[in-house]
Design a protein around this ligand. Structure first.
Ligand code: NI
Ligand code: MN
Length: 222
């Protein structure tokens, strides 16, 4: 599978023959690379309804006749806007054409009344990728590998202010023990400035995980 980083918490995943945007905040994202909204799109994974994650979801889904996978209350809101959406919920999992998707906890607001924010684990091609979404550190992150086996790649926020910071993310890495880590949700705005290089040094000096610092537009093959 190939992951293309689109800046902030946005990514584009090519896996299992499908093209998947994750939290496609592109318009108005100062880090989004040129053409970020023009990639193929079969599905959108939407962790929550805050504008820096919802982003271009509605426009992308409508233009590409793509399906949005998210929590139930957010799916209902999107459906009311004419978007095709599947409403799942925390702890639930389901097979899709691209692989297996599980929704996991994210300790964060959802941006919609009565809703919940989520993280995602995508299992496909024998690999597992954890998209943490916006979240604080929480100890049930330990369950990811206990229940699901090794995580190959984890995308974790490090920007603080709205999510865990780099220090907490380092603890998350110890608990999740992924082979690769991509730090996200930092340096987009002054409020979430963080030192990715320092995070990389700290993580790689203490454990087996490798930190991959992706410039927006760059890809990582797993
Ligand atoms: Ni948020
Ligand atoms: Mn956010």
């Amino acid at each position: 599978m190939q992951l293309r980083y689109l800046g902030h918490a946005a990514a584009h995943l090519t896996v299992g023959g499908a093209a998947i945007y994750v939290d496609p905040f592109l318009t108005g994202n100062p880090l989004a690379p040129p053409g970020a909204a023009d990639l193929p799109c079969d599905f959108v994974l939407l962790s929550h309804y805050h504008s820096d994650h919802l982003g271009d979801t509605v426009e992308l889904a409508k233009r590409n006749q793509a399906t949005v996978l998210t929590t139930n209350e957010i799916a209902l809101e999107l459906q009311s806007q004419g978007v095709q959406a599947v409403g799942m919920h925390i702890g639930g999992h389901k097979d899709f054409p691209f692989g297996h998707l599980k929704l996991v906890l994210a300790q964060h607001g959802s941006g919609i009344s009565g809703g919940l924010a989520a993280g995602f684990v995508v299992g496909s091609e024998g690999k597992k990728v954890y998209f943490a979404g916006d979240t604080a550190l929480y100890s049930d992150m330990k369950l990811l590998r206990q229940l699901w086996g090794p995580i190959d790649l984890a995308l974790l926020p490090i920007g603080s202010h709205y999510t865990m910071d780099a220090k907490d993310a380092q603890v998350a890495v110890e608990w999740i023990d992924p082979t690769y880590v991509i730090p996200i949700h930092y340096d987009t705005f002054p409020a979430i400035e963080a030192d990715g290089e320092a995070f990389k040094r700290a993580v790689e000096s203490t454990g087996r995980s490798h930190v991959v610092l992706l410039a927006p537009g760059a890809t990582f093959d797993l």
